[in-house]
Design a binder for this molecule. Structure first.
Ligand code: AKB
Length: 318
């Protein structure tokens, strides 16, 4: 039985793929993406997941037990093309929910996001169950998706599992089109010894997470016994939280001259509606979630990884 990752070469898919291959063996993972990767080191299939026939065709021709659906347009990009973003984000989810309902695989992972919260949501330690009034296309599609996930679980018994990811930081694959992308960009500028112009305000606190924690949380949720899971919409998940100013300060411990200028744009308005921090007690209680990375540990990993792979000349004392 194979694990199929759709959106396998995006920021999360790239590392989840490697982790699944380590756990289950190289040929038990099938990587699908809308674009061909530069180098194919896994079983790869070209797939446009908005096309129902292609999704069904693939699942009918392979023995798949788990699907990880990571293809989506993120918050900032979705605001530039609202109709298209809604269509893509919902269509890919429905194609997989329907395929699961038809018995073409057993378990579906689909990520939700902190974007499901909105301007009237309590900002600190945002609870699992609270006011949810997202005002971005991305957030609206994630909230609708969560409701549909739970619906397919309740009505058709499909084993669906989901996490509300915060902003994810990784040095291997860049994020694209998100509001939280500034955090990763900051590291690149710091290592090039260039000033960074930040589009989010200096004091805007957001929930974030290092990629290793995000991957670990995903694997833990997917292997948790079904009877332990009280939530089939999507679990709150917390790692760290920081403001751009705090991140810049943490980077300056290792690159003292790093400068940041602030020019907030429309993405600041999106960030302002999202929580500052998240209460993830259900994830902790139901399947033992504990993040491993604090701010300093994440900063060190990011700097070391980027220096080694992209900026060998950078002056840096870790
Ligand atoms: C985004 O910024 O859109 C994403 C997210 C928080 O879901 N990183």
């Amino acid at each position: 039985m194979k694990k199929l990752i759709i959106g396998a070469y995006g920021q999360i898919g790239s590392e989840l793929r490697v982790a699944l291959e380590k756990r289950h063996g190289l040929h038990s993972v099938m990587a699908a993406d809308i674009r061909k990767p530069e180098s194919e080191d896994s079983d790869f299939v070209l797939l446009d997941a908005t096309e129902k026939d292609s999704v069904f065709g693939l699942l009918e021709s392979e023995e798949v037990d788990e699907v990880y659906l990571l293809a989506a347009l993120l918050s900032a990009k979705a605001e530039q093309m609202p109709q298209q973003a809604w269509r893509i984000n919902m269509q890919v989810l429905f194609n997989l929910l329907e395929a699961g309902k038809e018995g073409l695989f057993k378990k579906l992972f689909w990520p939700s996001s902190i974007a499901v919260f909105g301007p009237h949501t309590p900002k600190q330690h945002t609870p699992q169950y609270t006011v949810m009034d997202p005002d971005t296309v991305y957030g609206i599609s994630k909230l609708a998706g969560e409701r549909w996930m739970e619906y397919y679980f309740e009505k058709y018994g499909l084993d669906v599992r989901s996490l509300r990811y915060p902003g994810i930081l990784s040095w291997k694959t860049a994020p694209g089109g998100g509001t939280t992308d500034y955090a990763v960009e900051m590291f690149h500028y710091a290592l090039r010894h260039e000033p960074y112009v930040c589009y989010v305000a200096p004091g805007e606190r957001l929930p974030m997470m290092y990629i290793d924690d995000a991957v670990e949380g995903t694997l833990q949720l997917m292997s948790a016994p079904a009877e332990k899971l009280r939530i089939r919409s999507s679990y709150n998940l917390s790692g760290i939280d920081f403001t751009p100013e705090e991140l810049a300060r943490a980077i300056r411990r290792y690159i003292p001259g790093f400068r940041v200028e602030y020019r907030p744009d429309f993405r600041q308005q999106i960030a302002a509606t999202w929580p500052d921090s998240i209460d993830d007690r259900f994830a902790r209680e139901d399947w033992g979630w504990r993040p491993r990375f604090d701010l300093d540990k994440m900063v060190r990993e990011m700097l070391a990884g980027l220096k080694q792979t992209q900026y060998p000349e950078a002056e840096l004392s870790l």
